[in-house]
Design a protein around this ligand. Structure first.
Ligand code: SF4
Length: 466
């Protein structure tokens, strides 16, 4: 049985900076189950089209993992794969949340909902045994079509409680030389980077209203520090990683464990390879000692989800479960430890007005991180924000790809909130933050600004659009 695992081309984003950890895990599970005729096709870095790939080397099964903005691209990939006779399976956040819609196109045979490793192995086994329609009904978390095209949803699969029972990602299947470093916006593009990602835990118990965790869930499950260190050592010593990114939803939920991981990296001499936390850190699970240990352990930069400078919006609309004092303390301690800082800020949450958004920009200026990401609120399916907008507002997005989070347009209308004002405040935030004398001087004295001058000019133009 030949299997191809696919990530649809991320045309919505600038460049693929890191490997698709989820596909690596799926490949690892299939290989551990004895399936070795498998490969990964990441549309963002491939030199050939999927049709060319399948003409050169046909496969029996394709598994396509997709978030919401890429579902249309995933359907198109599946159409191509089906024209070559492959069984088509979708997985990832969007198919998990909307399996009926995801299965609508005739070229889609199945959807794996939730964590996919065990389910995918069982599907491939069932296909191998023949008479697949009879075998599929027992596979937890699977949605599938019978011979008449009727959709069936099997019972949900419980979250895997023992993460160490899941085989490690098949890192060797990634064309690692085609990815850049993890955060090119900050470090400039490094086409020679060997940037790997690592997952130390899955899930998050918080309920921020803009966030959805359909795959990893609300229960935080952590690997042991020892198991993480072993994998880290393999990335550094065997795969020659030059940069590592932790991709957990929330890696520092348990402060003691986070510190133990840092101490382990120091003790084993793994602190020579720089690392970052890709999805940021939660400020209310940090202290000064953690940042000092992170710095000693090789961490280069930390990002924090600040979201709003208005305490009411932060508490009652974003529901971030953190205070502005905790935000300020985290930045202060991280900076004191010598780490670079990043802040993430959201504009246009329901109920926002000029005053609340100005407070967010004022806070960004005050915190003065090395890099600030300002985003316009995007209501993804599966989030509380999506439910709020559906109930009380009006969604603008015509297609799922319109919901790309880095878009410079509002995605919805909400009573009392002016969408044009949101866009204006978003542009204003970029201008006020990046075009200050202090900031411009800092950038002018950094080598990276001049080695990546064309990209910097291109970025600058979009801030002045509104
Ligand atoms: S944004 Fe972060 S802290 Fe909030 S629910 Fe999502 S993963 Fe958890």
């Amino acid at each position: 049985m030949k299997i191809l695992l696919i990530s649809p081309e991320a045309r919505l984003w600038n460049s693929r900076t890191h490997i698709h950890n989820g596909l690596g895990y799926l490949a690892g599970a299939l290989r551990a189950a004895g399936y070795h005729a498998l490969d990964i096709f990441d549309g963002a870095v491939e030199a050939e089209t999927l049709a060319e790939r399948l003409t050169r080397d046909p496969v029996d099964v394709v598994g396509i993992s997709t978030p919401t903005p890429l579902i249309e691209a995933a359907w198109e990939y599946a159409r191509v794969a089906k024209s070559f006779g492959a069984v088509t399976i979708l997985g990832g956040p969007h198919p998990t949340l909307l399996p009926d819609e995801s299965l609508q196109p005739t070229q889609i045979d199945m959807v794996v909902r939730g964590e996919g490793e065990a389910a995918l192995v069982q599907v491939v086994r069932a296909l191998e045994q023949g008479a697949p329609k009879n075998n599929l009904a027992q596979i937890l978390g699977l949605s599938w079509k019978d011979a008449q095209g009727k959709i069936h949803h099997n019972v949900a699969r419980p979250l895997e409680s023992d993460l160490e029972a899941i085989p490690l990602p098949a890192y060797d299947l990634f064309k690692i030389e085609r990815y850049t470093n993890l955060q090119p916006l900050t470090d400039g593009l490094d086409p020679n980077a060997r940037a790997y990602t690592i997952l130390t835990s899955r899930g998050c118990p918080y309920k921020c209203t803009y966030c959805s965790k359909p795959i990893t869930g609300d229960t935080w499950r952590a690997r042991s520090v020892e198991s993480v260190l072993q994998e880290w050592e393999m990335l550094v010593r065997e795969l020659r990683a030059t940069e590592i990114g932790i991709t957990d939803d929330i890696w520092n939920l348990n402060l003691k464990r986070a510190k133990a991981l840092c101490r382990g990296l120091i003790d084993r001499g793994l602190n020579t390879v720089p690392w970052v936390t890709i999805h940021g850190m939660k400020v209310n699970h940090t202290d000064a000692e953690l940042f000092c240990l992170m710095k000693q352990a090789g961490c280069r930069r930390v990002g924090f989800g600040v979201e709003s400078g208005d305490p009411e919006i932060l508490k009652n609309v974003v529901k971030k479960a953190q205070t502005l004092t905790q935000v300020r303390d985290a930045f202060k301690h991280a900076r004191a430890a010598g780490l670079q800082t990043m802040g993430f800020f959201i504009y246009g949450m329901p109920g926002e007005d000029a005053a609340t958004m100005d407070k967010t920009t004022d806070l960004a200026l005050d915190l003065d991180p090395d890099l600030a990401h300002f985003m316009i609120a995007a209501p993804y399916p599966g989030t509380a924000l999506w439910e709020t907008v559906k109930r009380d507002g009006k969604l603008y997005a015509r297609t799922w790809s319109d919901l790309a989070i880095q878009s410079d347009h509002t995605h919805f209308e909400y009573p009392g909130m002016d969408p044009k004002l949101v866009e204006q405040k978003w542009h204003e935030a970029y201008r006020r933050f990046y075009f200050r004398p202090k900031r411009l001087w800092r950038k002018a004295t950094q080598l990276d600004t001049w080695t990546h001058f064309p990209e910097r000019v291109k970025d600058a133009f979009r801030f002045f659009k509104a």
